[in-house]
Design a protein around this ligand. Sequence first.
Ligand code: 9Z3
Length: 329
Amino acid sequence: MIPDDAQSRYFTENPTPKALSKHEALVREFVEYHTSTDPERRVALVTSGGTTVPLENQTVRFIDNFSAGTRGATSAEYFLREGYAVIFLHRQYSLLPYSRHYSHSTNCFLDFMDDSGEGGNVVVRQEYQEKMRRVLEEYQYAKRNRLLLLLPFTTITEYLFELRSLATCLQPLHSRALFYLAAAVSDFFIPRDRMEEHKIQSSNVQDGKKTGDGKQLLINLDPVPKFLTTLVSQWAPEGSMIVSFKLETDPSLLVSKAEQALHKYGHDLVIGNLLTTRKWEVVFITKDGEERWVRVPKAKRSRSVSGIEELVGMADKNKRLDEEVDLNG
Ligand code: 9Z3
C-alpha cells in the first residue's frame, strides 16, 4: 500500500530525532545477536509512556498526557519471563521494567532500606528481602543475557520516527517479531513549520474576546497521521504479531472504537481500556470477532502490584484461569 500524502509529508517536514541512527544501530545489533545465539528467540517491541507535543522548538512548554508507563514496563517484565527479548521504546523518565517496583513516588526506594547491617551498613529491610531478591534475579538475568534494550523518546515526532525505523530493523525476525503498542500516542501535534523557535512571549499573544485583558494564546494543532495501517502493511515484518491499545474515557465507546481500529488497520489484536479502570479491566478484541474481558477480581485489586498484565498473559495463552480472571463481560 502506498502511504498517503499526510504520512510521507510527516517524515519529510518534521526533523529526524538526533538519537535515531544510534538507536537503529543498537536494534540491528540486538536482532543479530539474538538471531545468531538463538534462532528461535522471539523479540517484542514494547512501546510505553506518553508522547509530548512541544509548543516551541527550543521547548519550554509542551502538551503531555497522563501515561506513567506502568502498562508497558509491567508487560515487558512478563514478556521477558516468557522468554522474549524486549526492545523497550519508552518515554524518557517513565517507568522501566524492574526498577518500576521501587520508583513510584508513593513508594520511595529509601523506605525499603535501613542501616541495621553490620557496622551500620545500609541493607534492605527484612520484610522486602524476598521480593527484592526475586526482582533483582530477574533483572540480572535479563541484563546478563542481553535480553532488554532500553530506548527513550520524548515527543510524538520522535516516537513515530523511532517506530518506523525500528520496525524496519526487525525485518530479519519475520514472524518472531511482536509489536505491543502501549504508548499513549498523541492525536494532535504542531508541524515544524508552524512551531515557534523561541519561548512564546505573553506579550505576543493575540487579541481575543474572552480573557480579562483581552489576550488569548491560540494553539492550532494538526491531526497526527494514522500510522498503524503503514506499520501493518509496510514497516513491520510479514507474519509478525501486532497488538495495539485503545484508550477511551466514555465506556459506551470503548468496544466499538476498538473494533473499528482492528477493522481499519487489519492487525492482530486491540486491547481496549478505560482511563479510570485500566489497572483492573481490559477488553480483548480479536480478529475472529471475539470480545473478551479480563478483570482483576475486586478483592485482589489493592495489593496487586503485578496488576492485570499478569492476567492478560494468562488469558492470552488460554491457560487455566480459575478464579484469577473474571471473563464475564
Ligand atoms: C493505552 O491504552 C495504555 O494501556 C495506557 C496505559 C496508556 C492506558 P499507563 O502507562 O497507561 O499504565 O499509565 N495506550 C493507548 C495507546 C494509544 O494511544 N493508542 C492509539 C489510539 O488509541 C493507537 S496506537 O488511537
